[in-house]
Design a protein around this ligand. Structure first.
Ligand SMILES: Cc1cc2nc3c(=O)[nH]c(=O)nc-3n(C[C@H](O)[C@H](O)[C@H](O)COP(=O)(O)O)c2cc1C
Length: 235
């Protein structure tokens, strides 16, 4: 076996009852979403209605796209793509979303860096799936960071997903890393197919400067950190 292979990819599931997870120790269930103070202004996302390409053709045509048209994307498009990646149908059941998640733990948060989105100032926004709304994180410009063209490819907006590992660890202890990464794959694939269904394109991005981007996102890099990203734009 080489030195790169991590045990995280094949954790042992034997003796689940003896995982000694925080849940088994009686620790409180972590919140399924970040709690944002009610005094912080929400940007409600609009309803959407498009002529969608069917799933078969979306699967067939999907490719990673790294070049996008100039111009802004609409809030309606962003609303659809956020719904496709984390949407909740029934707010009384926030663990059932448009994507599956191991044990319905949903340890991934969605942020969107908006460069050219109609009605939104340039900046980083956090998506609140329960409210189908955004809140401003900050209005700094990502493009001033070194080599950002290899991260956003100059896209009108970029999805940025963080992990909050404890949400998964609370139940699955040492198996959590693998499960969080599998969850991230589902989210990004939904984004690919949803983009394709309305003539947009995206590209999964797993390579970036961790420290620089965690700092940009104002997350602590330990309890929450960037794990995946995807610029989005019109093809
Ligand atoms: C987990 C993952 C990480 C990736 N990271 C990057 C990346 O950092 N930069 C990039 O340009 N493309 C990245 N890609 C896109 C792949 O290069 C692309 O999927 C692959 O070349 C196949 O092309 P296709 O998606 O058009 O089928 C990533 C894809 C996946 C699934």
């Amino acid at each position: 076996m080489n030195d790169f292979r991590s045990r995280a990819l094949k954790p042992s599931w034997s003796n689940f009852d003896g995982f000694n997870s925080p849940q088994q120790q009686g620790e409180k269930r972590p919140e399924l979403t970040k709690t944002i103070d009610v005094s912080i202004a929400r940007i409600k996302l609009p309803t959407f209605n498009f002529e969608y390409l069917d799933v078969y053709n979306a699967i067939k045509n999907r490719r990673s796209v790294r070049k996008y048209q100039d111009g802004k994307i609409s809030l309606e498009v962003l609303s659809y793509l956020l719904y496709a990646t984390q949407g909740i149908e029934d707010p009384s059941k926030p663990f059932y979303r448009s994507v599956p998640s191991a044990g319905a733990r949903h340890a991934i948060e969605t942020y969107v860096y908006c460069d050219r989105v109609e009605d939104l100032k340039k900046g980083l926004y956090l998506y609140l799936p329960l409210e189908h709304a955004l809140v401003v994180v900050h209005q700094n410009d990502i493009n001033v960071l070194d080599e950002m063209e290899y991260f956003t490819f100059g896209a009108p907006c970029t999805f940025m997903w963080t992990a909050i590992p404890y949400r998964m660890e609370w139940r699955y202890a040492h198996c959590s890393e693998k499960l969080i990464l599998l969850d991230a794959g589902h989210i990004c694939q939904n984004l690919y197919l949803a983009c394709e269904s309305i003539g947009f394109g995206t590209c999964a991005v797993g390579a970036y400067d961790q420290d620089v981007l965690d700092k940009f996102m104002e997350v602590d890099g330990e309890n929450e950190f960037l794990i995946y990203a995807a610029p989005v734009g019109l093809k």
